[in-house]
Design a protein around this ligand. Structure first.
Ligand code: XIL
Length: 380
């Protein structure tokens, strides 16, 4: 969730963006629209991706398992996902709602669900300057650096051997804060400066030497000036961290795409190659397509969303350093874009249909687009 989401979306960009990705064009890759999910697919997306050496999965929120749609919700994950990301359960404000209270309820449940279905977990996220409980703002700098060390050690020790990937630091870039390196200035940055990032990764490696440590970032994908600023700032940060020997295994790109934005996929994949050349694996961590400002009937919207998935994945999967692809939830019913706070922040004006399944848990053209992109991808 980022400041840029507040920016209003102009109609001019909408047309530019759709056209840039061939969303309307007849030259876009053809999609075979599947029969609906009454007819479950012979193979899930996870199996299709695995045949190319790619790990596919999605974020999951355990509270969704308790809703009326809980059974249908979990079926999607069992069928399609081979990795789960915690949407909320490992966030600081969930684990530490109060300074002196730890709440492992949701995290334990998510780990239990993943274990029951033999899926690895990405714990999202240990240190994020954006999502912090209020009490942290009252800590002195020394208290914040102690918290950073103690939080990483406590959580990683508790879940030792049960988490494969950790989003150790989320969204370090925030140009609007005007700090050196365009770093985001939340409590951890204010207490420790840029060093909070190195310190977090070093603590993580020391605590869980064989887990995969990820730095996750937003807003790098678009062709506009904001995307360019994110890309150059992140690349510079990664070079500094690498020079200092900071232990990072992979870089996550959230990939919250918008039909209304403009993308230049050759520019973006050239950037991914630069990241890979530094020695990092690449994960696509929170993929979805915001169609909510897009006019027209549902079939048109679904095709446009599917084409954006296909064009984006076709491009990024050519970069063989991309080892993991995850969507942010699987069904429109449980997308964060249905959350009123998110809708206000992102100027969402109509019911979004951002994911491979609709709000009734039926497969949409986006599902086929993702499957076809995996089929077309080079093996790693
Ligand atoms: C979002 C969740 O999906 C929402 O339910 C929650 O209210 C706010 O956070 N980038 C991230 C994720 O890294 O943690 C955010 O998740 C979405 C944007």
């Amino acid at each position: 969730m980022t400041r840029n989401d507040n920016q209003s979306i102009r109609r001019r960009d909408l047309l530019t963006g759709a056209a840039a990705l061939g969303v309307f064009g007849t030259s876009a890759p053809s999609l075979t629209f599947a029969a609906q999910a009454a007819n479950p697919p012979a193979r899930g997306l996870g199996a299709i991706a695995a045949s190319k050496g790619i790990l596919f999965g999605a974020s999951l929120a355990v509270h969704e398992l308790d809703r009326d749609h809980g059974e249908r919700y979990q079926e999607l994950y069992i069928r399609d996902a081979r990795i789960l990301t915690s949407e909320l359960e490992f966030k600081l404000s969930t684990l530490r709602p109060k300074q002196d209270a730890l709440d492992f309820h949701g995290a334990d449940r998510l780990i239990g669900f993943a274990a029951a279905h033999s899926m690895p977990v990405r714990a999202h996220t240990l240190i994020w300057d954006d999502d912090v409980p209020d009490w942290i703002h009252r800590l002195a700098p020394g208290g914040i650096s102690d918290l950073l060390d103690m939080h990483i050690e406590t959580i990683m020790r508790r879940y030792a051997g049960r988490i494969r990937y950790w989003d150790v630091v989320n969204e370090p870039i925030g140009p609007w804060d005007g700090k050196p390196g365009n770093l985001r200035a939340g409590p951890f940055y204010r207490a420790l400066g840029e060093d909070y990032i190195a310190r977090a990764f070093k603590a993580a490696r020391a605590t869980a030497p064989s887990d995969i440590l990820v730095l996750n970032e937003a807003q790098c994908e678009t062709a506009d000036e904001n995307g360019e600023t994110f890309r150059t700032s992140l690349l510079a940060l990664l070079r500094r961290l690498k020079d200092q020997g900071v232990p990072i295994d992979a870089i996550g790109f959230q990939s919250h795409l918008k039909l209304a934005a403009t993308y230049d996929l050759p520019v973006f994949t050239a950037f991914l190659h630069e990241v890979a050349d530094l020695g990092f694996d690449i994960h696509i961590t929170e993929l979805d397509v915001n169609d909510s400002t897009f006019p027209g009937d549902i079939a048109v919207r679904d095709r446009a969303v599917a084409r954006m998935y296909r064009a984006y994945l076709d491009a990024v999967l050519k970069v063989t350093a991309v080892k993991v692809v995850e969507t942010w939830q699987l069904s429109d019913a449980t997308s964060w874009m249905n959350d009123p706070a998110t809708q206000a922040r992102m100027a969402i004006r109509s019911n979004p249909r951002p994911l491979p399944y609709d709000a009734s848990f039926q497969r949409k053209p986006a599902w086929d687009a993702i499957a076809e992109a995996f089929d077309a991808a080079p093996a790693r």
